[in-house]
Ligand binder design. Structure first.
Ligand code: ADP
Ligand code: MG
Length: 767
């Protein structure tokens, strides 16, 4: 539990005494009086009574009512006051690292830093022997469960934000249910009032659960697109890309709005806006202008909900133009999933002063298609549940207004609740975690017990990936490699790459590559300066590899720092070369995270750094680095179909191709997809001399065609050594690489195949 290693040596009586002293502290009482204004306080007694009678309580309440910060304190205080302080140990999970830290800081401040509050996130924790309330990420608790901890020392566990339906959150609930089943009978007496809790929790727990709808908010007036347009007389300028609708639908739309007294111009405007696939920033700016210039309106904050950071930037630009003369101070709120962008007409305003909400109605969401194992980021309408949350922000302190940039009809067609993440993402990581935690169990059967069981195809695809990675063997048994990579906080392929990079002593560059692939693009490509940007990137081109090119650029920045160049000089260098300084910083952080995790695993000595000499004996060996990259990414391999005259690839041999020919005759075939295309920004278009007709890639995206990103040309020897099992084809006197796909055929002596297989067995033994 909290303070695991160091014991709280106080008795319950002493703890109670200290708490009573704290309660007399003037700072504490001051804090308390503001806490008492939160809606959660009015439900305190009811909550504690329910908790007393039930092992599981489900709490539902609007954002800001005090669930996260207050409920854990209610539990702790009541334990302390009933002389159970010495056994109190409350774990509160948070979906994100940042929220674990900031919530812990807030609660600690509310308790005047009395040492009872701590946090634990991967690689970082702050707790002492008196810690009773521990805020940690869901992942931390999952790993504790995974290492066999049955949470015997924990008196209460609070699982926060379960409605987000993240894979981790869903999985934690599943594990906790299993744990509870062992120790008590939680079946029976379902008692659920609220719809969503019925869906999610009753199915899962079949237990007594309760909800509060306890936020006393002020009324919020909804103003929909069809109400807004006549108010601001806005006419969208150019026709946009739009969805096709039949003449009848359009006609019906017109009739309906005409009957409500709307003029033709307004109806057209509404049609154009609501059929457009893109956000109309000018519209948003006009709405804000209307809000802050209409003399009938009250003064107060305007909170705008947008789908992402680029949209915030575009919206700010539009508002600066539309609101001249310092009418408004516009600033983006430090964003994150739960903290939306705040744009407010008064600088010193806090989020509590919001009276107006402008909801653009869109979110960005990664959608994954298990059938093609491809994901894409799409902008979709928010769910009605999320829309309600956004709207609720307007009525915190006084009656408010919500301007919805969509029609009533659109709202009626929005989904009710978000699609659970488990149905939207690849499942290899979660499958491996399940396997590690329940080695004897069938992972697919276990996942079928999830709140929303994933598709069978998705589970099978995930299992295949685990086999290909070597994380499980063909008998379904967990391998040592699988156990190792499950504990590294990164995509499983990159985790394997890190393990290989350690074994082959080229860790520095592999750390950078894995960090690059986990970050936003290193090179910026502004729309209006595409050519300049790609020329800049080409200056770093090396070794027929997008990854090694990025590595090259990162190293160049790093070298400048190491040589003591000024901050400004580095920044200028980045600007001139279209390198993102933010990504450079992210990569540096990630490299340190990764090396810390490898040290935790015991792979490398503690206190190693990315440049520790013993880890980098082979860091200059480009071919070896490429082999390690392939080892992680296999079987994401494509065969390049180069002109016959230019290359012979039926032998282990090299060929030369003219650049023009590549552009013309560059055909590629992927193991699974058939014809694929190299992303236009790939540095591989610069390669004049191909050493082999194979490349390995990280991302595959489907737009108009299937595009491969982050590609690396790979030497044939690397393919032999790291490219899946090798079978010897005696009849043809050749080798076949990979079990399921056989198009990688090399003519070679069967003896080489035998040798390669021996080497691979040695390697597997190492792993
Ligand atoms: P919930 O979890 O129900 O959404 P929280 O417990 O996170 O609500 O927050 C309750 C209230 O505490 C918020 O409405 C806010 O006013 C206040 N609060 C939370 N964090 C802070 C902070 N860091 N500083 C000041 N007030 C805060
Ligand atoms: Mg909360």
């Amino acid at each position: 539990g909290p303070g695991d290693h160091r014991r709280d040596d106080r008795t319950s009586a002493q703890i109670k005494q200290e708490f009573e002293n704290l309660c007399r502290d003037s700072k504490y009482t001051e804090m308390l009086s503001s806490r008492q204004r939160l809606p959660a306080f009015s439900a305190k007694d009811e909550f504690l009574t329910l908790l007393d009678k039930n092992r599981v309580v489900v709490v539902v309440g609007e954002t800001g009512c005090g669930k996260t910060t207050q409920l854990p304190q209610f539990i702790l205080d009541s334990l302390i006051m009933s002389n159970q302080g010495s056994t109190a140990s409350i774990v509160v999970t948070q979906p994100r690292r940042l929220s674990a830290i900031s919530v812990a800081a807030r609660v600690s401040a509310e308790r005047i830093e009395d040492g009872s509050v701590g946090y634990a996130i991967r690689g970082e924790s702050k707790q002492g022997k008196n810690t009773k309330l521990l805020f940690c990420t869901t992942g931390v608790v999952l790993r504790r469960l995974g290492s066999g901890d049955t949470l015997d020392n924990v008196s209460h566990i609070v699982v926060d934000e379960v409605h987000e339906r993240s894979v981790d959150g869903d999985f934690l609930l599943l594990e906790l249910r299993e744990l509870l089943k062992k120790t008590s009978n939680i079946e029976g007496c379902p008692h659920v009032r609220n719809d969503q809790s019925r869906n999610v929790y009753q199915l899962l727990w079949r237990c007594s659960s309760f909800n509060y709808s306890w936020l006393h908010t002020h009324p919020v007036t909804d103003i929909y697109l069809e109400d807004i347009i006549p108010l601001i007389s806005y006419r969208p300028s150019a026709p946009r890309t739009s969805r096709k609708e039949s003449g009848e639908v359009l006609q019906a739309f017109r009739e309906e709005h005409k009957s409500k007294g709307l003029d033709d111009a307004s109806i057209s405007a509404i049609q154009i806006i609501s059929r457009s696939d893109r956000l109309d920033f000018q519209l948003i700016a006009e709405v804000v202008r209307h809000i802050i210039t209409d003399p009938k309106n009250k003064r107060g904050g305007v909170l705008i909900f947008l789908p992402g950071v680029p949209e915030i930037r575009q919206c700010m630009d539009a508002m600066r133009t539309a609101l001249p003369g310092g009418q408004a101070d516009v600033f983006p709120h430090p964003s994150g999933k739960s903290s939306p962008p705040l744009m407010s007409p008064e600088t010193s305003i806090t989020i509590d002063d919001v009276i107006y909400v402008v909801d653009a109605g869109k979110v960005k969401e990664t959608q994954y298609d298990p059938d093609t194992s491809m994901s894409r980021l799409v902008e979709t309408y928010v769910t009605r549940a999320a829309g309600r949350q956004r709207r609720g922000r307007a009525g915190r302190t006084q009656p408010g207004f919500c301007y919805k940039l969509y029609t009533r009809k659109t709202e009626a067609n929005m989904g009710k609740y978000p699609v659970p993440e488990i149905l939207r993402v690849p499942l290899e990581s979660i499958s491996l975690t399940v396997k590690v935690m329940r080695e004897e169990e069938d992972v697919k059967l276990f996942l079928k017990r999830a709140i929303d069981p994933p598709k069978v195809a998705a589970m099978e695809a995930a299992w295949t990936v685990l086999e290909e990675l070597g994380a499980v063997d063909l008998n379904g048994k967990l391998t040592p490699l699988g156990r190792h990579i499950s504990t590294l906080p990164v995509d499983l392929r990159l985790a394997k790459m890190l393990v290989l990079g350690t074994i082959f002593q080229c860790l520095g560059p592999v750390l950078t590559i894995a960090a690059c692939l986990s970050s936003k693009p290193l090179f910026l490509t502004p729309m209006d300066k595409r050519d300049e940007a790609s020329q800049a990137r080409a200056r770093f081109a090396t070794a027929g590899s997008d990854l090694l090119t990025d590595l090259n650029a990162y190293d160049a920045c790093n070298k400048m720092r190491a040589e003591g160049k000024s901050h400004g000089a580095v920044r200028t260098f980045c600007e001139e070369n279209f390198i993102s300084p933010n990504t450079i910083r992210d990569i540096t952080t990630l490299r340190n995270d990764f090396i810390g995790s490898l040290a935790d695993l015991g792979f490398i000595p503690l206190h190693s750094t990315p440049s520790t000499a013993a880890l980098n004996t082979n860091s200059d060996n480009t071919n070896l680095i490429k082999a390690v990259v392939l080892g992680g990414l296999w079987p994401r391999v494509a065969r390049v179909h180069l002109p016959k005259s230019a290359i012979k690839f039926d032998r282990v041999s090299a060929g030369t191709v003219q650049r023009e020919n590549i552009a013309k005759e560059f055909k590629m075939f992927d193991l699974r997809e058939g014809r694929v295309f190299l992303h236009p920004q790939s540095i591989l278009f610069e390669v004049a001399q191909w050493k082999s007709p194979f490349l390995v890639y990280f991302h595959k995206h489907m737009t108009s065609k299937v595009f491969l990103r982050d590609a690396t040309e790979i030497p044939l020897y690397a393919l032999l050594l790291f490219g899946g099992p090798v079978s010897v084809n005696h009849v043809a006197g050749g080798l076949t690489i990979g079990t399921k796909e056989s198009w990688i055929r090399l003519r070679a002596w069967p003896r080489i195949g035998v040798l390669v297989n021996q080497l691979r067995r040695l390697l597997d033994a190492q792993l």
